[in-house]
Design a protein around this ligand. Structure first.
Ligand code: S3P
Length: 180
């Protein structure tokens, strides 16, 4: 049964904030791929990017996804690049329902403009970079079970939207498994 709520989407889409709200509301543990990597490495994501490069970060991220995907009844807060590796999506789908939190490039820039902890956006023209990366990843994010548009929503509204989609799906699964 798919008991995990998995949040995917671009940086700044609100995944971590929504994950925290849901975690408190439903008393479900929240597991973040970035935090898992940081704990294992003993370093921040930005430092890993800087010292070891993106490829090494992606390896560590993949190991984190593999571990987290074994859990049940958790909320998974995924780093924005998780979808780049098809194995990650496959692993997360085994026990989870995937929600793609979508945001436009302009909104992402506005939400992240004072944050210096996104190594991929430390460039002269972050808006262009955001647009490029989003274009590359659009189809990959769309592998989610549901898409939620976040531009016009507060974090609370986005969390409610996740719940509204998740509850009937979770209930369906329960009745399916009880009739089998
Ligand atoms: C990344 C997103 C970040 C973090 C890393 C790379 C990406 O996570 O994993 O900086 O490739 O989009 P958030 O989406 O939580 O910011």
């Amino acid at each position: 049964m798919k008991t995990n709520i998995v949040l995917i989407g671009f940086m700044g889409a609100g995944k971590s904030l929504v994950a925290n709200i849901l975690s408190h509301k439903y008393k479900m543990r929240c597991l973040s791929t970035d935090e898992t990597v940081e704990k294992k490495a003993g370093r921040k994501v930005s430092e890993i990017f800087q010292k070891d490069g993106e490829a090494r970060f992606r390896q560590m991220e993949k190991a984190a996804v593999k571990e987290i995907s074994e859990s049940q009844n958790v909320i998974v807060d995924c780093g924005g690049g998780i979808v780049l590796d098809p194995d990650n999506v496959k692993a997360l789908k085994k026990k989870g329902i995937l929600f793609y939190l979508q945001a436009s490039p302009e909104v992402v820039l506005k939400r992240l403009k004072d944050h210096k902890n996104r190594p991929l956006l430390q460039v002269d023209n972050p808006l262009e970079r955001i647009k490029e990366l989003m274009k590359e990843r659009k189809k990959l994010y769309e592998q989610a079970d549901f898409t939620i548009f976040t531009d016009q929503q507060t974090i609370e509204q986005t969390a409610l939207a996740v719940v509204a989609l998740w509850k009937p799906k979770a209930a369906n699964q329960k009745s399916d498994s009880s009739t089998k």
